[in-house]
Design a protein around this ligand. Structure first.
Ligand SMILES: NC(=O)c1ccc[n+]([C@@H]2O[C@H](COP(=O)([O-])OP(=O)(O)OC[C@H]3O[C@@H](n4cnc5c(N)ncnc54)[C@H](O)[C@@H]3O)[C@@H](O)[C@H]2O)c1
Length: 262
């Protein structure tokens, strides 16, 4: 056994505590469910208006003997993050995994987009992940380390032809936030990685995918010939969260069926 201190648990996230932002629906909910299946205690952080949606995810998790609860969290607000940290600390005493997943997309080209829309996207997609790191790195340090998984996108690696400039700007920032945190906090056994998915059918995009031309455009760019399933992203997140990825730090991990290899 090369890893003297590593024990492979029967469940890959046994005894771990995870907070997933934007976890009420879509990719965040899929990640919450997958992590819970592998034994993690889940906190779903999402805006208060999403409490009912989160309750459904939590019900599915608890029905399968998992543990999950909801924290009202607006990722754009510092006080909201401070409150969330207090709740996690009080309830679990530690955090092992932070998934900065909350994100929005306002689909307007650079010529059409009012500055306030760019700022709104920056607030959720970039400040949200930034503040998550800011508020939870100290708790990770207290617990002896942790895994941060930021939700970037294929647009966080390339200037994707079908995506708007503003979304690409936010995801590019998330990718380099990820690497920057990885470099600074690796010494504290805090790993920071991001996922870079191609199009997955979630509420973020489901209406647009009803347009056959849009769907064909998105399918046409994927060498594997299908859209991503939320479970594809959740499985990649599970790997990055688990001790199997103990030496993976600072990676922008495409989960895109080969799109960005083209
Ligand atoms: N679906 C895709 O094709 C795709 C591809 C690549 C990357 N992503 C990224 O994955 C992440 C999740 O996307 P999704 O498709 O599941 O979207 P979604 O719209 O289905 O879910 C996003 C969640 O984020 C929450 N959220 C929004 N603003 C928030 C805020 N201020 N504070 C807390 N929570 C907030 C929403 O309430 C929602 O529950 C996003 O960061 C998105 O940019 C999605």
């Amino acid at each position: 056994m090369r890893y003297a201190n590593m024990q492979y648990a029967s469940m890959r996230l046994q005894n771990k505590v995870a907070l997933i932002t934007g976890g009420a629906q879509g990719l965040g909910a899929a990640i919450a469910k997958r992590f819970a299946e592998e034994g993690a205690v889940i906190f779903i952080g999402d805006i208060a208006a999403q409490e009912d949606a989160a309750a459904q995810t939590i019900e599915e998790i608890t029905a399968g003997d998992g543990k999950a609860s909801f924290i009202p969290l607006d990722v754009t607000g510092e006080q909201s993050w401070a409150d969330a940290r207090s709740v996690v600390e009080k309830a679990a005493g530690r955090l092992d995994i932070l998934v900065n997943n909350a994100g929005i997309n306002i689909r307007e080209t650079i010529e059409e987009m009012p500055l306030e829309h760019l700022n709104k996207m920056l607030a959720v997609n970039v400040s949200g992940a930034f503040l998550g790191c800011k508020y939870f790195i100290p708790l990770f340090r207290k617990s002896g380390g942790g895994s941060i998984i930021n939700m970037s996108s294929q647009c966080g690696i390339i200037g994707h032809r079908y995506t708007t400039e503003a979304y690409t700007v936010t995801k590019g920032a998330v990718t380099l936030l990820t690497k920057s945190v990885a470099v600074r906090y690796g010494k504290d056994n805090i790993r920071s990685n991001c996922l870079c998915p191609s199009t997955a059918d979630t509420p973020l995009i489901t209406e647009r995918l009803k347009d056959p031309a849009f769907r064909a455009e998105r399918l046409g760019e994927v060498p594997l010939g299908r859209l991503a399933l939320p479970e594809d992203i959740a499985n990649a997140a599970l790997f990055l969260a688990s001790d199997e990825a103990a030496y993976i730090n600072g990676v922008a991990f495409p989960v895109d069926g080969g799109s960005t290899a083209d």
